[in-house]
Design a protein around this ligand. Structure first.
Ligand SMILES: [Fe+2]
Length: 298
């Protein structure tokens, strides 16, 4: 059962259409850039946050360094207490995505990541002996639902090595299919296989080369939002541009998909998977309310 399910999920059509990707421009009244600039001032990370794309020239080096992991000290998980009302602006954006982009009520990530990707060396966690960063992955390898939609919002110009590197859905599915065939599509293995995917790239140079050439920079202007199928292979590169990339990323589920997932979990008597200590449920990893429920509660 678990074998056929991973294969079926990898073969399923994308709810975002054949490319598994939607690119839209956020309307000016929902622009998060002024909030993020206010956040930087209120956290006293810099007195001169504007423009975000040259922040690395004004933010102290110790706030840029990636010493503890993939996030600089300036980066944060956005919560309702985050300065400058960033969380509320995010929730308003989710409302617009529900109404105008996807046309359905949504379950959305409770604490999205606000990332400042400075031009500094990446940590060595995903570095090959040859020195390349092999951080490419699909969020499904970390246990995220296959039905999930990833959102990625550019807040500064995103280009070259500062941009998120991303494969087409077609290439992603071929890579994941080949990878998962190596452990007979075992579901438990699949949903905790990010390290295994990295090791597979280290051990199989031909596979690593396919991943590298499939992942191309997702070049975006500030205010452009990309929604992509969670099966998409993507990764942060080592930023060697003369530019700071600022972005926010978050995960969504259509309410219909969420309800079906929960129903299946109940029928099988299994618990939701956990990510970073939070169950992948409303009130856990996802906000307690859907977009519509939040509006009704306001
Ligand atoms: Fe990811």
């Amino acid at each position: 059962l678990s074998t056929s399910r991973v294969r079926a999920l990898l073969a399923a059509p994308s709810s975002l259409g054949p490319t598994g990707r939607l690119r839209v421009r956020v309307p000016p009244h929902l622009d998060l850039v002024p909030r993020v600039e206010a956040y930087l001032r209120q956290r006293q990370l810099t007195e001169a946050p504007h423009p975000l794309g040259t922040l690395h020239r004004r933010v102290a080096p110790e706030l840029q360094a990636l010493t503890d992991g993939p996030l600089s000290k300036a980066s944060t998980f956005v919560v309702p207490q985050t300065p400058a009302g960033v969380w509320n602006a995010y929730a308003e954006l989710m409302g617009w995505v529900a109404d105008e982009v996807l046309g359905t009520d949504l379950v959305f990530e409770a604490s999205p990541s606000l990332r400042f990707h400075f031009p500094v060396p990446m940590p060595d966690a995903y570095r090959s002996p040859a020195g390349d960063i092999l951080a490419q992955h699909s969020d499904t390898l970390l246990g995220d639902y296959f039905e999930q939609i990833n959102g990625w919002l550019a807040l500064s110009p995103c280009y070259g090595t500062g941009a998120l590197a991303m494969a087409s859905l077609e290439d992603s599915l071929a890579l994941l299919e080949e990878f998962a065939s190596g452990f007979d599509y075992d579901e438990t293995t699949y949903f905790s296989s990010r390290q295994r995917f990295f090791r597979h790239m280290l051990e199989d140079e031909r596979f690593a080369q396919r991943v590298r050439s499939a992942c191309r920079p997702l070049e975006l202007e500030p205010g452009e939002l990309v929604l992509f199928d969670a099966r998409t292979v993507h990764g942060t590169a080592e930023n060697v541009e003369d530019g700071t990339r600022v972005s926010m990323d978050f995960r969504l589920l259509r309410v219909g998909d969420y309800d079906q997932i929960l129903e299946a979990q109940r029928a099988e008597g299994v618990d939701a998977r956990v990510w970073g200590g939070d169950a992948q449920l409303k009130g856990g990893y996802f906000h307690a309310h859907t977009v519509a429920e939040r509006r009704a509660a306001l």
